[in-house]
Design a protein around this ligand. Sequence first.
Ligand SMILES: Cc1ncc(COP(=O)(O)O)c(C=O)c1O
Length: 463
Amino acid sequence: MTTTQQAYGEDNFGFATEQVHAGEIVGGEFGARITPIYLTAGFLFDSFDHAEARFRGHDGGLVYTRYANPTNAAVEAKLTALERGVDSLLVASGQAAITVALLGILKSGDHFLSTPSLYEGSKTLFRENFARLGIEVEFVDDPHDLDDWRRRIRPTTRAIYGETIPNPKNDLIDIDLIAGFAREQGLPFVIDSTASTPYLIRPIEHGANIVVHSASKFLSGHGASLAGVVVDGGNFDWARYPEKFPQFSTPIGVGAGGGENGPGGPTLVQKFGRTAYLEYTRTVIAGRLGPTLSPLNAFLLQQGLETLSLRVERHCLNALAVASWLEDQPEVLSVDYPGLASSPSHAIAVKHYPRGTGSVFGFTLAGGRDAARTLIDSVELFSRMSHMGDVRSLILHPGTTSHAHLTDDQRSTLGIHPGLIRLSIGIEDETDLLEDLERAFAALRASAGIGRREAPAPALVGG
Ligand SMILES: Cc1ncc(COP(=O)(O)O)c(C=O)c1O
């Protein structure tokens, strides 16, 4: 087997070349050009001694797909190159990636700080599931205010968490600012880059330490399978803080059989250097909890990644066109798209996202919940669906779906008003998307029995 991954991830090639070629496994017995699907639970040992050596991690060979698999490894190498990290781990979903990424750092009794605007599934994971494990999350009020972050730091604080383009409000965070604060505090900065992808931003180049994605979205792109990835930036000095992160500075066993490490052996940092975090998260956390990605789904992700930049470029162009059109409609109170000059996040968009700010955003109808229902029931091209980053355009009403479990007050605080609709703009023809929306807005006007320029007065809450 020949792999060509070594040549990538060091600015040798452009993004489009890397997304096609980085990490690929070329050749093998039959000269296959595409990295094959190695759909196998385990890998043969030549002999008794070979099995023992493999379990001790001597020859770096494969043991069992829960720890590593060649198809997954090829896709991991591609993502490592695209994100400019040092190593990556594929898992079964974005939620699994967030969970194992943080459990690689945190233990019972630890506390971590997060930006306030996050994917709702992450918030409930942190607030409810992590709380049951004895790990406490605290959300800052204003992520742009370093005093807000600073006054919440405790002796037990162990990580900083955020999202590049927060879902669904698009209230962008200043990654440089938060990464600088995390560095000052000696804490790793973990960031969910699902909505941006490495084509729009590489958070590690802005000082983030660990990047997670729901690869089910833009990275796969075709809405066929779930996947998640954890990328290690290799830029956090774990050995400098042995009291905070003892797992990296004590000789603990990793690998299928616990490896060779044990009392008196090398620490993870001594043994693995800049990939110590990923090695621990792969073998001790994911390897034991078991959210393994099927090599079949890794293959689908690989196929999606090969066209990532082309798709995201088109997603962004379409999203800007739709957002601009929506902003001109009298029934629309606001459009949360940072690519628009009217967005409070526009300055950060210009600074961090010169290629565009993705294609998932919300807009709020003055007519509240009833107007949202009419509009959502009137589209024909958009799919009514809870997902994002798909080549197809999708539409959802967060207030009655993803955020239905919250109280009216909680939704209002988050800006999830009854008239808020979330769109994930696909790669269809812009004119067809606008025509579909025009048809739905016409239905909305007809149902309200009003003319185009006679929108009702704004009513943000209720309804
Ligand atoms: C920003 C973000 N992170 C993580 C997830 C979870 O990903 P998955 O559905 O692949 O578990 C989602 C899902 O919508 C998301 O939007």
